[in-house]
Design a protein around this ligand. Structure first.
Ligand code: SF4
Ligand code: SF4
Length: 392
């Protein structure tokens, strides 16, 4: 077990907020097609408010601090905040598009000793990356910055959100990361808008493409393990926590709103009105999130994937029920294993009904196709009535 993991376990036992993601601004110098944020400034916390919050976080035992946005370098006080945070001895991770990082900023980040810098890169091809960010020349500038950061000996992670626009470029992007000496991480999840809008989900990679991605060993490593048949939840799984959100980690927005996670927009309070630690300890909503175990999830606890699914409670919440399934995770489980969850099948039936009603209806949310290698027998073994629904 790594030291970080051990510290996380200890924090969980002690009820300490081990890791906080703080967005300093929602303003951005890129306008990415898949972005879930409203970029207007609706009253960001001031420098003094952020410093006050950081002190409260340090006093509460926070160890890992992720500073993100929007674009963090758009805050004129960014280095003042960063210096203050380092004085409080947080382990600091940054997320940025790096467009505004030059040699001088890279050197300053090195001097301040940040743990890692994650830079969003969508493709190795400028025409694809720049079309996603809607900023001509942005790939060139981000890559130049990554080279500055690497030349300072900093740890850089190239983060590649995979969507329909850049679906065929992930290998080239990964090769580029290798060439530069950056780490590479890929995420096929497009997040719904913070205001609940879901049209952006149309950018999600389709099921058959996702299936191919999940079988690329250069990306996945052990494909047999990753794409192993689903496992239903056992007794230990049923008593397990869904994830770290609200247990050892949380998220604070530029306006001071406190949520269990950046991908779980259930407001639990505001640090402008209450002390950080009081929200952490006493928020009724946070207590409710903490009370949930897999056994409390009526669909997922009985699902064939219950013990192996990566279900995100935040995505489930945005879909309407934090105790319900997350269809995006059902889709991933299906792409990995070829076995559809009952939730996915019922969505498919709903879509088919809608399709019958209106032949000109918009594209379907879930595109289920039968995996050639998966036979009716195997489907029947996994979950009964699946076959006729999926094969229709
Ligand atoms: S699973 Fe979802 S809610 Fe939980 S930590 Fe991950 S992104 Fe956040
Ligand atoms: S596949 Fe869907 S229904 Fe099954 S456990 Fe995952 S999120 Fe829940």
């Amino acid at each position: 077990m790594s030291l970080m993991h051990e510290m996380g376990e200890r924090a969980l036992r002690l009820g300490v907020p081990f890791s906080v993601h703080l967005d300093l601004t929602y303003r951005c110098n890129e306008q990415c097609v898949h972005c879930y944020l409203d970029h207007d400034d609706h009253g960001e916390m001031t420098t003094a408010e952020i410093k006050h919050l950081l002190k409260e976080m340090a006093d509460s035992g926070v160890f890992i601090l992720t500073l993100s946005g929007g674009e963090i370098f758009l805050r004129k006080d960014f280095f003042e905040i960063l210096e203050y945070a380092r004085d409080l001895t947080f382990c600091i991770k940054l997320k940025t598009n790096a467009v505004l990082i030059r040699e001088a900023q890279a050197a300053r980040l090195r001097d301040l000793g940040v743990q890692s810098i994650q830079v969003s890169i969508y493709s190795h091809r400028p025409e694809v990356h720049d079309a996603i960010t809607k900023v001509p020349g942005s790939l060139k500038r981000s890559l130049k910055a990554i080279r500055f950061l690497k030349s300072q000996g900093l740890r850089v992670v190239m983060a590649n959100v995979l969507m329909t626009e850049n679906m065929h470029d992930y290998r080239g992007t990964q090769a580029l990361a290798n060439e530069i000496g950056a780490e590479y991480t890929m995420d096929p999840t497009v997040t719904p808008m913070m205001d609940g809008g879901r049209t952006v989900l149309e950018l999600n990679v389709g099921e058959s493409d996702l299936r191919n991605v999940f079988r690329d060993e250069n990306l996945i490593g052990n494909v047999d393990e990753f794409c192993a048949p689903p496992r239903a939840a056992n007794e230990d799984d049923l008593n397990s926590l869904p994830c770290s959100a609200g247990h050892t980690s949380c998220y604070v927005s530029p306006y001071g709103e406190f949520y269990p996670c950046v991908q779980f927009p259930l407001s639990c309070g505001n640090v402008r009105e209450q002390r950080f630690i009081d929200i952490w300890r006493h928020s009724e909503r946070l207590k409710e999130v903490r009370s949930i175990r897999l056994r409390d999830l009526s669909s997922c606890s009985k699902c064939a994937h219950g013990g192996s699914c990566t279900r995100c409670p935040g995505l489930a919440f945005m879909e309407g029920n934090m105790r319900g399934p997350s269809t995006q995770d059902c889709e991933k489980s299906f792409a990995r294993t070829g076995i559809p969850s009952l939730n996915l099948l019922s969505k498919k039936q709903e879509q088919d009904k809608d399709k019958d009603k209106d032949q000109d209806s918009p594209p379907r949310l879930v595109q289920i196709q039968l995996v050639p290698a998966i036979t009716g027998r195997r489907l029947a073994e996994m979950g009964g009535g699946a076959v006729s629904a999926i094969a229709s």
